[in-house]
Design a protein around this ligand. Sequence first.
Ligand SMILES: C[S@@+](CC[C@H](N)C(=O)[O-])C[C@H]1O[C@@H](n2cnc3c(N)ncnc32)[C@H](O)[C@@H]1O
Length: 417
Amino acid sequence: MSKQTTRTIAAQICYDVIFKKTNLSQSFKQRLSSAQVLDLKSAVKALCFETIRNYLSLEDMWLQCLDKRPKDKMVRIIMSQAMAEFKFMDKPDHAVVNEAINTAKKLNKKWACGLINSCLRKAVKIMDYQPANESAQYSHPQWWIDKLKTDWPNQWQNILEANNHKPPLWVRSKTTPHPDLIPQQHHDINCAYKIQSQDITQIESFINGELSVQDASAQLAAQIISPQNGEKILDACAAPGGKTCHLLESNNNIKLDALELYPNRAKKINQNLQRLKLNANVIIADATDHKQWFKGDKYDKILLDAPCSASGIVRRHPDIKYIRLETDLTNICQDQQKLLSSVAKVLAPHGTFLYVTCSIFKQENTDQIKYFLKTHPEFSEIKLEYPFAIKCEYGIQILSGTQDMDGFYYCYLQRCQ
Ligand SMILES: C[S@@+](CC[C@H](N)C(=O)[O-])C[C@H]1O[C@@H](n2cnc3c(N)ncnc32)[C@H](O)[C@@H]1O
């Protein structure tokens, strides 16, 4: 194949995600690691994010100029990518059409150049685009839209719109970050700052551990748990260790066990602890099988940041919309219930237990706690209240986009005896 360009690489990555259901970061890793393409990295990423975020709308825009959808999936990606550049990246119409044709030639789709040319020329002239359906309007699968309508009848449109916007960069820092980063502190979450930066990993204060990347809504976990001297705390689903490190930064004088099922993910906890010069006991084990790892001394506090649909962090991971299926939720919910009841067994009497997900689906959140409390009468809820969070039947929900934050659910419980 002739020399790779930003558009050819981006088209292959979008193809991986949309049609092969490959995780976006995995595809970035595979296709952006070679030396020849390193200098194209940020341009490729920007184009992929815009295309993937808006894919269902973009395809509908150009499809309105054709009688039927082309069978060739790469051709569909090339046209959608061109529309993303035109609609969301301010590229002039003639340039995007020409570049789409060049991309098609480089990807051995020369036969489609005539079709791409005539279709895109019409599509970029449409002034009064009317989406064919809700899925095209909001660029989300219909089941997702329907679920949000049921769960959040007054907020579903705002959530969907927030999901399609580029998220800001939030960091966690004990001191105000450098003025060059134009930091804006969150009103209610102590160490959360929104900053302006292109590549945080090159900033000195990141390298020397003064700041860490973490959405403001994720920073609520350590604030709620508020670790006290000498407490024994379990972080039951810990990788990559964002909340583990925050707990230790809040109080280094605690005994913290950080559990993670997957060894390659546990490595990331160790890397973060090392960068921040913190210490935790990292254990690779299955939290649902406490016989594997529990030594008999119960915990004062437990954080369970459970694996979930990740429906609250779609703006950072737009690939989730294409990879996640509605039917996945049954297994995810079963795992969450298993984790809740297993981990609850190792909490000391009067100990506290924080259940967290980065989901906005009630099925994974308030419904899970409702069932847990029914089957575990020795637990009761400690009510949480924040101006930015919605009080649910159980726990609180931060919706994606509220105060520019990710969507997170929190429920704080206490063992009575
Ligand atoms: C939502 S993430 C945790 C994020 C983390 N708390 C942070 O703030 O960086 C959930 C983690 O739980 C891990 N996990 C899933 N099932 C598990 C299990 N049965 N036991 C332990 N860890 C598990 C996943 O591999 C994933 O790393």
